[in-house]
Design a protein around this ligand. Structure first.
Ligand SMILES: Cc1cc2nc3c(=O)[nH]c(=O)nc-3n(C[C@H](O)[C@H](O)[C@H](O)COP(=O)(O)OP(=O)(O)OC[C@H]3O[C@@H](n4cnc5c(N)ncnc54)[C@H](O)[C@@H]3O)c2cc1C
Length: 331
């Protein structure tokens, strides 16, 4: 079986963590492994994984491939998949790769499955695992179709680290596209508060916007405490549905959007640790915590949902006081 690991390099020429994890998934299939890399330059990334056991390293490099652009990225991927004669192609589920994966599959006449969380080969059969219906059902997929292109989710496979010196065969790919990348506009690193790679998830619940013991709301202080903690720890921010709904109406914390919502109708993040604050811990919210390794919560109510076996540790306390003290300790 010919397996191709296909990934773009990062701005500094290295291979990102999710790409190294996707390589782990490709390697786990056994078979004859080819590495295919595209970006402004690919040698640094190839050297980063030189010892991964690949029979061949292919590359498409140059200014045309420096930034994400559908036409150039898809052409690079198509060229490498054809040169490798790949039967199974494994890509990471990064935004850049996901943007072209379906188009590349179309060009190759390949079947495609995206965002896999498991990939195994046994007795000549490959079984892929992915979740359906917002992570409520797990599905196991086998396909006879080849080529088969898959993208794999971050946080599910062991990243490959195997530095050395790789010899890369560079392919020349003609780029025929009308799109010119004139620059990239992105928010400042601190403005982006959803950080899937972070070790900790901080969840804010509707309690932050409710009247407190003095009968007053303290929304500005809540914003300060939450953003201060985020700045100090670089953790990721999540929210309950109630709080994002209020924020959307301009009634609560302005930096929260529906993208932050964790739960049945929200996201199911995969952080090693989670801390819920001012959130009741109801089932439709907590179901979004199923992949969080260690769960802790701060709530004034000793019989809130977290106390019903949903958290490993519940601190029955005022989250304003706890987060203030934490902020002081972190400073
Ligand atoms: C079909 C369906 C889908 C849903 N999907 C989702 C979903 O995806 N995600 C989601 O979150 N919800 C979802 N919900 C809603 C969910 O059931 C709850 O209504 C919601 O999670 C409640 O949010 P909350 O815990 O932040 O607010 P509340 O229930 O209002 O809880 C606020 C908590 O803050 C505590 N508190 C107040 N002040 C303090 C303080 N100073 N210190 C510490 N604690 C304090 C209170 O004790 C209380 O427990 C869904 C519901 C339905 C019906």
């Amino acid at each position: 079986m010919k397996v191709l690991f296909l990934a773009h390099t990062e701005a500094d020429g290295s291979l990102g963590k999710s790409a190294c994890e996707a390589l782990g998934a490709a390697k786990g299939l056994g078979g004859e492994l080819t590495v295919g890399l595209y970006g402004a330059e690919v040698q640094k990334a190839a050297d980063q994984i030189a010892g991964c056991g690949a029979a061949k390293f292919l590359g498409v490099a140059g200014a045309d491939f420096a930034t994400a652009r559908y036409g150039s990225d898809a052409s690079a991927c198509e060229a490498m998949a054809k040169a490798a004669g790949a039967e199974v192609i494994v890509m990471p589920s990064t935004a850049r790769a996901s943007r072209v994966a379906a188009g590349v599959a179309m060009r190759l006449g390949a079947a495609i499955d995206t965002r896999l969380t498991g990939l195994e080969a046994a007795g000549g059969t490959i079984t892929a695992t992915r979740w359906f219906y917002r992570q409520r059902m797990v599905g196991r997929i086998e396909r006879d179709a080849r080529p088969w292109l898959v993208t794999v989710d971050s946080g599910c496979f062991t990243p490959v680290e195997a530095a050395g010196s790789a010899s890369v065969e560079l392919l020349s790919v003609a780029v025929a596209t009308r799109t010119t990348v004139t620059g990239v506009k992105s928010p400042a690193a601190d403005a982006q508060t959803i950080r899937p790679e972070a070790g900790l998830l901080l969840v804010a619940g509707a309690g932050w916007g409710k009247s407190q013991a003095d009968g007053q709301k303290h929304v500005d202080e809540a914003a300060q405490l939450i953003l201060g903690f985020l700045g100090a720890t670089q953790c990721s921010l999540g929210s309950s549905k109630s709080l994002v709904d209020q924020s959307g109406e301009g009634a609560a914390l302005p930096f929260l959007t529906h993208m932050h919502q964790v739960g049945q109708t929200g996201a199911t993040p995969r952080h090693p640790k989670g801390l819920a604050t001012c959130c009741h811990g109801e089932e439709p919210h907590v179901v979004g915590w199923r992949f969080i390794g260690e769960r802790r919560a701060v709530n004034l109510d000793a019989s809130c949902g977290w106390a019903q076996g949903k958290a490993d540790v519940l601190y029955v306390a005022d989250a304003f006081a706890v987060m203030k003290k934490l902020g002081e300790l972190l400073r």
